[in-house]
Design a protein around this ligand. Structure first.
Ligand SMILES: [Mn+2]
Length: 419
């Protein structure tokens, strides 16, 4: 894709410090993982089309007994070749001496700019060295942003990637089912969070993001994070949580009554959101624009809001003047993959992108009635509902990867009655 006189350079994610000398849990850069599967920091992948001694070259940590005493075993250059399929591997300390010579004579460099200051500085350093090579090295004519090529590849999942995404979805479903069992009156939101994390970790996965466990009006905060409140009878609990399996994310939201039964108002809004979600999932098939799911969800949510009297006037007018946004300020979904909000363009040539087989996206309409919204009767205030599934586009329709997590109100109430 890049051409024979190109070189592609991608850096591993650096370790990031939480404070002092304590690091955040390490997560590999998604692009680096996609191209190499290599799990360590301190590494740079170079793809060198046509290079005689190997086109796929890894610069990585060499094994070092003293370092391993503290940090555990490194992979090292030998295993980078033997186990990770690299054609060639060199110690990362030698990169400044080796890489400029490999770039010499190539016309284009594909890489990310302006993401990691350290990589940006290294790249400029290699260009300086290249110029200083014996006889004066030829610096590439073009630097091309790698994202356009690579992120379009990542948008289409391979069969192997889809297998990982199903596995990730299965862990998330199990976590949500377990959370539903412990989310009883009087517990704290963080206890439910702990249950989600327990299941995710006990399956060898990690959370794809910090779980949102939002009871009552907390559900109206889109990115609620504190997870501190006590679960109260009569309120709903919104859980938005996903797993990451071999770096592939799942992302599920469910909303259910803490006490076990929906109130009349909660149930009415729940049915509106569920109908919108089912209709939106129906729009996920090859040839439909990405935005079609959002449009149908907005139409059904707005019709429901008008019918229940939360919006005045006709649904057509409420869609046109966007007054529905007071209750649904979000988009109906996003691409899903190595990143929870995955890469890939949503629009092509100014138009909403047409769905194609093996793309994966979430479908997550919701309704959020702010607790201080005086434009609606008090009984509606503070209700927040979101229902979210992960959906893969197939040859002739879709596959809901998270289908085994129930969402019909009766089924949810039956599960809750069983606690
Ligand atoms: Mn989502």
């Amino acid at each position: 894709m890049a051409g024979n006189d190109a070189v592609l350079l991608v850096a591993a994610a650096p370790e990031r410090m939480r404070n002092a000398d304590a690091a955040w849990p390490y997560r590999q850069d998604s692009d680096f993982h996609y191209l190499s599967g290599y799990p360590e920091s301190d590494a740079i992948l170079a793809l060198l089309p046509g290079r005689q001694h190997g086109e796929v070259v890894m610069f990585c940590r060499e094994r070092d007994t003293e370092r391993e005493r503290w940090h555990g075993r490194s992979i090292g250059t030998d295993q980078a070749v033997a186990r990770y399929g690299m054609d060639d591997a060199f110690p990362i300390e030698d990169i400044d001496d080796i890489l400029p010579g490999m770039i010499e004579g190539r016309g284009r460099v594909y890489c990310h700019f302006g993401r990691e200051p350290e990589f940006d500085a290294q790249l400029l350093g290699w260009m300086r060295r290249l110029r200083q090579l014996r006889g004066g090295g030829v610096v590439p004519k073009e630097f091309v942003a790698l994202g356009h090529l690579l992120h379009d590849l990542r948008l289409y999942k391979s069969r192997a990637e889809l297998r990982l995404m199903r596995a990730s979805a299965a862990v998330a479903v199990e976590a949500h089912l377990a959370a539903l069992k412990v989310a009883t009156v009087g517990r704290r939101e963080y206890e439910v969070e702990a249950e989600l994390l327990r299941v995710v970790r006990s399956r060898g996965a990690v959370p794809a993001f910090s779980p949102i466990v939002a009871s009552g009006a907390n559900a109206c905060v889109m990115h609620y994070q504190s997870n501190m409140a006590t679960l109260r009878d009569g309120e709903l609990l919104l859980i938005d949580a996903g797993a990451e399996w071999d770096c592939y994310a799942s992302d599920i939201s469910r909303t259910f009554p803490i006490g076990g039964r929906f109130s009349r108002e909660q149930r009415a809004l729940y049915e509106v959101v569920l109908a919108a979600q089912l209709a939106a999932i129906d729009e996920v098939r090859p040839g439909r624009p990405f935005n079609a799911a959002h449009e149908v969800a907005v139409r059904l949510l707005t019709e429901g809001l008008c019918q229940l009297g939360l919006l005045k006037g006709t649904p057509e007018a409420a869609v046109a003047d966007r007054s529905y946004e007071r209750f649904f300020p979000a988009k109906t979904g996003h691409w899903l993959g190595l990143d929870v909000h995955d890469v890939g363009d949503y629009r092509v040539g100014g138009e909403s992108r047409l769905l194609e087989p093996n793309m994966v996206l979430t479908v997550e309409p919701g309704l959020y009635v702010a607790p201080d919204d005086r434009s609606v009767a008090e009984r509606w205030r503070g209700i927040g509902i979101r229902i979210e599934d992960d959906v893969a586009v197939t040859q002739d329709g879709h596959e809901v990867l998270t289908a085994s997590m129930p969402k019909e109100a009766e089924v949810i109430e039956a599960l809750l009655a069983d606690r």
